[in-house]
Structures are given as structure tokens and as C-alpha cells.
Design a binder for this molecule. Structure first.
Ligand code: DGL
Length: 268
């Protein structure tokens, strides 16, 4: 493996660009190959079996592109397919997900005694956050809620406005959330509504969003393997399995800087 090989990042669509954005901000010398499975989004409503199947094919695509590390930049895919992809890679290529770095940060924060978790139906139904949190902090109370509307609402451009605040407020009024000290934003789209969630709780709780924690995990993993690049030679590439103008427009919400999506029909 060589330092100048790219980092492979994948998501169900374009929400994972928030994670790619954090990685490129922290590691500007790294080349990124991004794959958004826009032909199959949303993953939030798909079965674990389907997501595992898609994730393995995308992993092959990223391996064909010679990636030195793979990052699953989607909570739903991290919940459903991390173990499957990990087994498939068999230790040959390092694999990072968006769940473990957050779970570790929450577990290490002893001021948190009860934590809320919001995410897609798939992520919440998997129970993966609760399992991983309890393994590290058996005393921690968890309360999880599937907030199915939020990802599509944000993609449609509804955040930081009265409509989004009303939808968010209605989810967060869930009675079990009334005494939490922190909230895990368990979906790649949710960094965009962080302020609104904080404001619902009058800035009283800590918000855990994975992006910076995950970018740091990528850096640490590459450092340990002596694989950090010091001079990027190639531009990033952003591939999608189904291309529309509207997807390209929406990238602006999630990634700072202009992005050109390339169509890679890996399912045909
Ligand atoms: N990227 C997904 C996640 O983080 C949300 C969008 C979807 O359902 O595909 O869970």
C-alpha cells in the first residue's frame, strides 16, 4: 500500500458528503474517491441484506480504484453492513465507520448519564448504538427515535427555517428525551440541523455529530499505518450510481466547494 493512494468513501447518496467534507478539511493532501449509491437511496428504509449486498459491490468499486482505506460514511450502512464489509476485506484494507468514533466519545463523557439517538429507521431498528454504548458504559441510559422525515426534508433544502424547526420540534417532543444530557445525530444529513436541535433544548444538552470525530479516526488510522499522504497529486472524484441535475445541485448543501458528479452505473 502506498501513501498516495486515495481514500474511498461511500454513502447511500450525497448526505455522506458532509463526512467527505470533514475529511478533506482535516486532510487536504488526501485524494478522495466518493461513491454515492443514488440509484438505491434512501438506505434508511431498505433491509439489512440489501444494504450488505450494495455495500460489498461498492467496496469492490473502491478497491478497483486502488483505495488505501475505506470509510462507510453512512450511519445506516455502518449499522447494517460494517461487519460484512470488514469480513470481506479480511484486514487487507483498513475500514472505518461513522458509529464507533461517536460511541467512544459519548461513553468517555461521564457528564452524560442518559443519551438520545436520532437516525433513520434502519439505523434505529438495528439497535447498534445502544449495543455498542452499553458494552462500553453499562450504566448509560439510552433512548432512540427513528426520525424518518428528517433526511429527505434536509435534502429538499428545509433546514434553518420555520418548517424544519416545526418538524424537528415535533420529533424532539418525544417524552423520553426530556431528561437527556446529550443527543447523537446518527445520520449524515443531521449536521445541517445541529443548531435547531440545540435550540430546541435551549443549548442545555451536548450534540454529538460524527463528522470531526470520524475525520480524526481516519487520520489516526492512516498515521498508525504510515499511510498519510503529504502531497496530493490528483483531484477528488465523486461518483454516483444514478445521475440527475438535482443531485448535483444538492451537493452544495453538503460539501463546501463545487463538485462535479460522475455517473458510474455499477449496477448495469
Ligand atoms: N446517509 C444515510 C444515513 O446516514 C441517510 C440517508 C438514507 O436513508 O439513505 O443514515
Amino acid at each position: 500500500m502506498a501513501r498516495n493512494q486515495p481514500i474511498g468513501i461511500f454513502d447511500s447518496g450525497i448526505g455522506g458528503l458532509t463526512v467527505a467534507n470533514a475529511v478533506s478539511g482535516l486532510l487536504p493532501e488526501e485524494e478522495i474517491i466518493y461513491f454515492g449509491d443514488t440509484a438505491h437511496l434512501p438506505y434508511g428504509d431498505k433491509s439489512a441484506e440489501s444494504i450488505q449486498h450494495y455495500s460489498l459491490r461498492i467496496t469492490d468499486f473502491l478497491l478497483e480504484k486502488n483505495c488505501k482505506l475505506i470509510l462507510i460514511a453512512c450511519n445506516t450502512a455502518s449499522a447494517a453492513a460494517f461487519e460484512t464489509v470488514e469480513k470481506y476485506l479480511n484486514g487487507n484494507v483498513p475500514l472505518v465507520n461513522v458509529i464507533d468514533p461517536v460511541v467512544e466519545a459519548v461513553a468517555a463523557d461521564l457528564s452524560i448519564r442518559k443519551i438520545g439517538i436520532i437516525g433513520t429507521k434502519g439505523t434505529i431498528k438495528s439497535g447498534v448504538y445502544e449495543q455498542k454504548l452499553k458494552a462500553l458504559r453499562p450504566d448509560l441510559e439510552t433512548v432512540a427515535l427513528a426520525t424518518a422525515l428528517l433526511a429527505s426534508m434536509i435534502e429538499a433544502g428545509f433546514y434553518n427555517n420555520s418548517v424544519s424547526q416545526a418538524v424537528i420540534n415535533s420529533y424532539l417532543a418525544y417524552p423520553d428525551f426530556s431528561d437527556i444530557q446529550g443527543m447523537i445525530m446518527a445520520c449524515t444529513h443531521y449536521p445541517l440541523i445541529e443548531k435547531e436541535v440545540a435550540s430546541y433544548f435551549n443549548q442545555r444538552i451536548k450534540i454529538f455529530n460524527s463528522n470531526n470525530l470520524v475525520a480524526n479516526r481516519v487520520k489516526k488510522t492512516l498515521e498508525q499505518l504510515d499511510l498519510l499522504n503529504d502531497a496530493r497529486q490528483n483531484p477528488h472524484h465523486f461518483y454516483v450510481s444514478d445521475f440527475t441535475e438535482s443531485f448535483e445541485q444538492t451537493t452544495k448543501i453538503f460539501f463546501q466547494g463545487e463538485i462535479h458528479l460522475e455517473h458510474s452505473p455499477i449496477w448495469e
